[in-house]
Design a protein around this ligand. Structure first.
Ligand SMILES: Nc1ncnc2c1ncn2[C@@H]1O[C@H](COP(=O)(O)OP(=O)(O)OP(=O)(O)O)[C@@H](O)[C@H]1O
Length: 754
């Protein structure tokens, strides 16, 4: 597919030299790149097709649509083509990144009104154009408003990632939607009501609040709560007291957008005439100055990623789970939500209030929480809950494994081990404090190692032409950026034409199996290590982003999006709670990590197990000498802030173990004393014997007690194993039930169809 711009861009990946990563989303990583024939800096968005499950013909169609877009405020694509399992989309490089990035790095409390006004006006122009041409964007948010060095503002994420999730099925009524809950209009969240381009106006209003406050309303809540609040609460808005610094017209404009009744929301065209936009300054004046003193985009992105990684590492501490999940999701600006609204509402109805969420938080025990998820899911085992969060569930498992590994001090390999290591390595190299932007420029000193590409099995451009500096003296490559470069194992590339697309379709059909493969791939084989960093709060890497994100969906009047017709493509969900779910695709993982993540005692003897009685992890001190540092944690490289909670955790567990032994000892002593007195005898300890005899008796007694303790421990292990086995059986039964229920539904549907 040739470019629609004044120049043509080839579909040969060798003509492109990928440089630094400048952004990442749910299923794509964006790179600054050079188009070698023109020596021109461009952006390449590498969309991981394995992470999307939509019809590639639709992708082609949407990509074509995107190339036809011609508006100064909408990012267009020059061309797009498939490189192995990635769709490369070539587009103009927006050197200052997204508004979200800018806020995160330098304006955490939002921008001043004049800048917001300019940004919003440009965005609104883009929406007006898109709506006029029959498109809904569906993902308007600060993360998709892109800025150029001259202050130009463009709406991004149009039709590319969006189209990926919008299969041809969208013409049929369906019930799934992809978007970001905080920005989603109530009618979008309410199945059956249907929505149209006015949904973009709601998102636009939310984006206005986001730019004003530095975060979207409800962003600190988990998605189900956001869903409920959006539907049930009064619309958010600028507060007349709290937001004193903002003008009345700004407040009014926002209020007009955030009306629940979509028919009462203004069109983009009408909104552009609102008094708020009347005196908007040109963005070259109001926006350009915002990034005057900032380091280059890629260094900002790198700093944010490192900060994010550090936060994620801290978040692994169980106490901060829930909120952190939501926050990080939001902070990463990712919109990979895909859920069946009916089912999600079912779940949401169970999340009654903050107390309940708090309860989960306070359990402070991921294992326990995981079991709650199982119970939760069992309530719905017949209902086929389709909250597809395969990646997150894998990450949850990985996290659990990591937690076990960290506690074990043993070198057992886990699927995530390498990514943790690399994450920790990064953290170790750049202290958390340095992530702050005030030191962001330090990152510029990191330079790339050109062999690194090849070492990592990543794409290295065929051309070795040395290029003169292309943008500015800021064009310094960060050392690690290439590890995030997508691989092109074979250059099976070419324009995104039917042939290429169809040839790829075969791989699409085996995506489920590939997904698990992806999770198990070797470290050097990773295309996006940062994006896949183990995290509770990472994007929902969905196997089936089957609808929704595209602005190129034809404008539909109310009434669509009712039936979910793609249940078959959805893996059976086994456990679910919030964003965590275990699908049948995870069965192997589940087996690898025994249910409840209670490590079975292997022939070598696992040093870690779960006590059936105290519900806490017991660690056998013999097998985990305190002096030995945990290998996986890479003590030397991990900041104390990251390590401390692990150590505290460990300390706590060791104390519990000690307490348990002391209690056992005293209770045994008591019972023996009782036995002896009952027999009318003094216990050996009470007999007036010589010291030597007493000592011998005491040591004999200690031995006995130790034997008893061992017996008790062995019993506990057996009980735990039995419990695990029972849980496994229970889970298998649940699986069967699910299968039966989906068979029944299929049968019903076929009957209805016939
Ligand atoms: N042309 C571009 N120039 C510079 N940076 C870009 C460009 N396009 C995207 N980015 C950056 O990359 C990030 C991710 O891009 P994009 O939103 O298109 O990916 P995505 O996978 O569709 O994300 P999501 O769907 O989660 O919003 C953006 O937030 C932005 O910071």
């Amino acid at each position: 597919m040739g470019g629609g711009g004044p120049r043509n861009y080839s579909a040969n990946p060798n003509d492109y030299k990928l440089l630094e990563e400048v952004g990442y989303g749910a299923s794509a990583t964006v790179y600054r790149a050079i188009y070698l024939p023109y020596n021109e800096v461009i952006a390449v968005k590498c969309l991981d097709l394995d992470r999307c499950n939509s019809n590639l013909d639709d992708i082609r169609r949407e990509a074509q649509t995107m190339s036809l877009i011609d508006h100064p405020n909408v990012i267009k694509s020059f061309c797009s083509f498939v490189v192995e399992n990635y769709l490369w989309v070539v587009m103009p490089f927006m050197a200052e990144g997204s508004c979200l990035h800018l806020m995160k790095i330098a304006y955490p409390d939002g921008f001043e009104e004049s800048a917001i006004c300019s940004m919003l006006k440009e965005t609104l122009k883009a929406l007006e154009y898109l709506h006029r041409h029959g498109h809904i964007h569906r993902d308007v948010k600060a993360g998709n408003i892109l800025l150029d060095t001259n202050g130009a503002v463009k709406l991004g994420d149009f039709g590319v990632s969006a189209c990926m999730f919008d299969s041809g099925d969208r013409q049929r009524s369906r019930n799934t939607f992809v978007g970001t809950p905080c920005w989603m209009a109530p009618e979008v969240l309410q199945p059956g009501t249907g929505y149209d381009f006015k949904a973009d106006i709601w998102s636009f209003g939310i984006t206005a609040l986001e730019l004003a406050h530095g975060h979207a309303p409800f962003s600190k809540y988990p998605p189900m709560k956001v869903l409920l609040m959006t539907i049930q609460n009064a619309p958010p808005g600028l507060d007349y007291d709290r937001d004193k610094k903002f003008s009345k017209s700004f407040k009014e404009m926002v209020a007009m957008c955030l009306v629940k009744d979509q028919t009462k929301r203004p069109t983009a065209e009408k909104l552009l005439k609102h008094s708020f936009f009347k005196y908007a300054k040109p963005p070259e004046l109001s926006v350009k100055k915002l990034f005057a003193d900032l380091p280059p985009l890629w260094n900002r992105v790198k700093a944010l990623q490192l900060k994010d990684a550090a936060q994620l590492a801290l978040k692994r501490m169980p106490s901060s789970e829930q909120e952190a999940l939501s926050q990080s999701e939001y902070q990463r600006g990712v919109s990979a939500w895909n859920f069946d609204l009916e089912d999600l509402k079912l779940q949401a109805s169970l999340v009654q209030d903050d107390d309940e969420i708090q309860e989960i938080k306070e359990e402070d025990d991921t294992i326990k929480a995981y079991m709650n998820y199982k119970v939760f899911a069992s309530l719905f085992c017949g209902a086929l809950v389709n909250f597809q969060v395969t990646q997150i569930s894998l990450e949850l498992f990985s996290y659990l494994q990591e937690k076990s590994v960290a506690l074990q001090y043993a070198g057992k390999s886990t699927p995530r081990k390498d990514s943790i290591a690399s994450e920790q390595e990064s953290i170790g190299e750049v202290p958390v404090a340095e992530y702050e932007i005030k030191k962001g420029k330090d990152l510029e000193s990191s330079t790339p190692d050109s062999d690194h590409w090849e070492k990592n099995g990543l794409k290295k451009n065929a051309s070795k032409t040395e290029l003169p500096p292309l943008t500015s003296d800021r064009d310094v490559l960060p050392a690690k950026s290439r590890t995030q470069t997508p691989k092109a194992r074979q250059s099976q590339s070419g324009p995104l034409m039917a042939g290429a697309v169809l040839s790829h379709s075969a791989s699409e059909r085996v995506r489920s199996s590939e997904r698990s493969e992806i999770e198990n791939q070797q470290p050097g084989d990773k295309a996006h290590p940062v994006r896949r960093a183990p995290s509770f709060s990472g994007p929902l890497m969905l196997p089936n982003r089957a609808s929704g994100n595209s602005l190129s969906a034809p404008i539909k009047s109310s009434g669509g999006f009712k039936d979910s017709l793609d249940d078959k493509s959805k893996p059976n969900l086994v456990q679910i709670k919030g964003r965590f779910s275990v699908t049948s695709e995870n069965v192997d993982l589940v087996k690898d990590i025994p249910l409840c993540t209670v490590p079975r005692r292997s022939s070598q003897g696992s040093p870690l197990r779960k006590s059936a009685s105290v519900g806490e992890w017991l660690v056998e001190s013999k097998q985990m000498p305190p002096s030995q540092p945990p290998k996986e944690l890479g003590v030397n490289n991990v900041p104390a802030s990251v390590l401390m909670p692990h150590l505290q955790n460990l300390f706590q567990q060791t104390s519990i173990q000690q307490d348990l032994i002391v209690n056992l000892l005293s209770s045994l002593q008591l019972s023996e004393a009782g036995d002896s007195s009952q027999n009318g005898k003094l216990s050996p300890l009470q007999r007036p014997e010589s010291n030597g005899i007493v000592e011998a008796a005491v040591s004999e007694r200690e031995k006995l007690l130790l034997v008893k303790i061992s017996e008790l421990q062995a019993r506990m292990i057996n009980l735990t194993d039995e419990l695990t086995a029972e849980k496994l059986k229970y889970w298998q039964l649940q699986q069967r039930l699910n299968a039966m229920s989906s068979c029944g539904e299929d049968g019903d549907r076929r009957e209805l169809e016939s």
